[in-house]
Write a protein that binds this ligand. Structure first.
Ligand SMILES: [Zn+2]
Length: 94
């Protein structure tokens, strides 16, 4: 039997979305280096509920639940807030 690993579906979702946002034309003024990207993900995740799953089936189920417009709206809002927050106090030279 293979070792199971816990997966936070919210984390997977937010990571993907942050990556997408930071590379979109709307957010070109924000840094998208690994450091800033991770910081945005961390910040957004602290304001969102975790969704841990232990199986592939549950992962798919939760993923589909999170994708519905009401949830994705909340998630996007937290991500955008996190992007501005990190951008505001960015203190490294690119
Ligand atoms: Zn950066």
């Amino acid at each position: 039997m293979s070792r199971q690993k816990l997966v936070n579906v919210m984390e997977e979702m937010v990571s993907g979305l942050v990556r997408y946002f930071l590379r979109s034309p709307d957010y070109q003024t924000f840094c998208n280096c690994d450091e800033c990207e991770l910081e945005v993900v961390a910040k957004a995740l602290n304001n969102l509920p975790p969704y841990y799953v232990a199986s592939k089936t549950d992962r798919e189920k939760i993923f589909n639940e999170l994708k519905v417009s009401k949830n994705i709206e909340t998630i996007n809002k937290e991500i955008i807030r996190a992007i501005y927050d990190v951008g505001k106090r960015r203190n490294h030279v690119v």
